[in-house]
Design a protein around this ligand. Sequence first.
Ligand SMILES: [Zn+2]
Length: 477
Amino acid sequence: MTLKVYNVMSRTKEDFVPLTPGIVKMYACGITVSGDAHIGHAYQSVVFDVITRYFRYLGYDVKYVRNYTDVDDKIIANAAKTGENPIDFAEKYMKQTDAEMDGLGNAHPTIMARATQCMDDIINFVQKLIDNGHAYVSEFGDVYFKLDSFSQYGKLSHVQTDKNDTGVRKDVEPGKQNDLDFALWKSAKPGEIAWKSPWGMGRPGWHIECSAMNLKYLGEQIDIHGGGRDLIFPHHENEIAQTESLTGKTFAKYWIHCGLVKVNGQKMSKSLNNGILLKDVLAKYDADTIRFALLRNTYSADIDITDSLLPESLKHVYKMYSVLEAVKNMDFSGADKAKTDEKIHEIVLEFEKSMNDNFNTLEVIANAFGWFSFINAELAKKTTEYDLYAIANKIKELFKVLNILQKEPAEYVEQIRSSILQQNNLTVADIDKAIVARAQAKQDKDWATADQIRSDLLNKGVLLKDNPTGTSWDVNL
Ligand SMILES: [Zn+2]
């Protein structure tokens, strides 16, 4: 089976063939640290984390670079509001975002690049574009990319630049020769944070930092360039223009973009005030649940964060962990090895088929429901021919790629149970006491009291289950 990747450049699914056998060089545009990270940042970072993990699963050596934009107009403006130094302001949010990415269960990229740490590379890049006629310095000390010098402009986004409504107008950015030209270097206003350059004090434009960091860390050509779909134009189009004008070579072989985040069917926006901050989600839900919610989707599609998405996801993840825990304590020594191996083989094939189809995690999760139903159905029988522990363990191993189900099942189940009890001001002792009281009420044929005890607990998220050996309980998510 070959991995097929949807390439936004060709708008088709293509076989993945790396530039160098066995190696994947991937860059995904990271976050501008101008404030708290939101659920959209979480979505994009988890998608590229899973893509990286799947390449590693396939045996590739992956070099994955992400960046922080740690200087730009918005950072400067937001820092000014609080009176902070923009460098300290960016540093603060970078640290916070790093911790949140860890909290989400993302592996660290091979390199976390930062614009302010690549200033020499950025300046050199711009100078080379000036030298080869692709850029010019304005009378105000700004440097612009000369758009009509790059004939292939628009090949990724298919945006028609002759429509003339795509660039920042000349009267907004004086010194430009053409509305469509975009800034590579911006001269500093008095008092603004600035770096020394051949064109005076200033700071880089946003697009150039990604081209310069790519060149610095991954070289002239990369396998995959990724980001959110909103970056296709102009950001990625501009990156292509800059890099290919410098190298004369195709920049990225595959362009991968993930969809955007909606909240209850609406676009997440400042004006609707419906933004969901990552720190708020992490305060309420564990990483498994959040990843499950984000990955139960095809990455290229928009994702709708409905009010029920995370509670529903928690329910599914909890059930899966409960099954992993249940089979752990059972004896399958009499199982049929050949039958078990056959089932495991089938599961692995299904998993790889879905992932090879453009990283289809939605399908992986749909299949996993089937795998867990199979285990549950076998558990419900008096005897089973399968080693359900071995099967569950294989599912767990495959789910490493999604970084879900990797915790110790007993600990996860216990953690969720205690948080539900805590939210409802209940203790295990309270529940045990209620079970005894209910048994007594039943013995006294006081059915009304027995039912009342059961429904009181249910209202507090605890479900009593009567079985031949007595009454057990579980949280009712
Ligand atoms: Zn970028």
